[in-house]
Design a protein around this ligand. Structure first.
Ligand code: SAM
Length: 220
């Protein structure tokens, strides 16, 4: 049984995919997709030995030994050419780390059919990375799960340029705003407003910080 967040990520993995789940931790996502026969093969990449032990026990528990391969590796180095991976998932990390993993993975030479990325923060950086490296968004989602709003970016090879507004808020969300996406930005606006109120009480409205919050609030 997947969390709402991981179920939403799983939703964007194409049927029959050969999947690499990078930073897989317990490998819940690939195990679930394999057990439901939604995919045929998966690599679970982990940089840390502790989580990799979790992957191995998940593989044994479900007898997935021939279809779910644990690999101790940094980022996309977990993927070997013979794996014929077409879909890469990187979920549950900061956007900066996701960009670093993609950069280190030299995606210019290796093109995957689809990237499904779920940055916990700095989503705009990931959108920027994609557009600067020959990937275009083909879908986006925001899911509310246990008090957090999680963004999911789905990308495929292609060239596109996004405006600053699209990079921050997401081109798909701007044309078709979902309830969760609207709530996410409403909550962010509320957060900024309450910080601004505190600064006002402390008589600090002529500070750089206050100005930048004001600007941010206007943008939202
Ligand atoms: N992907 C799972 C999810 O979304 O629930 C697990 C997320 S967990 C918070 C992040 C995992 O990424 C950790 O297990 C960590 O060891 C792993 N990780 C961090 N940097 C990595 C890297 N460069 N390569 C592979 N795994 C990495």
């Amino acid at each position: 049984h997947l969390s709402k967040r991981l179920a939403a990520v799983a939703n964007f993995v194409p049927d029959g995919a050969r999947l690499a789940d990078i930073g897989s931790d317990h490998a819940y996502l690939p195990a679930n997709l394999l057990l439901n026969n939604q995919i045929s093969f998966a690599i679970a990449g982990e940089v840390a030995p502790g989580p990799l032990a979790n992957v191995k026990s998940e593989v044994q528990r479900h007898r997935l030994g021939d279809r779910l391969i644990p690999r101790l590796a940094d980022g996309l180095a977990a993927i070997e050419t013979n794996d014929l991976i077409d879909t890469v998932v990187i979920a549950g990390m900061g956007g900066r780390l996701i960009c670093q993993i993609l950069t280190d993975g030299q995606l210019e030479t290796k093109r995957y059919h689809r990237l499904v990325l779920q940055p916990n923060i700095d989503v705009d950086l990931v959108r920027t990375w994609l557009s600067e490296n020959g990937y275009r968004l083909v879908d986006e989602a925001v899911v509310a799960d246990e008090g957090h709003y999680y963004e999911i970016l789905v990308a495929e090879p292609g060239n596109v340029t996004y405006s600053a507004r699209e990079l921050q808020f997401g081109p798909y969300h701007l044309t078709e705003p979902s309830a969760a996406w609207t709530e996410k930005w409403q909550r962010e606006a509320n957060r900024i407003e309450s910080i601004m109120k505190n600064l006002e009480t402390a008589d600090k409205t002529d500070t750089e910080a206050y100005q930048s919050y004001q600007h941010e609030l206007q943008t939202i």
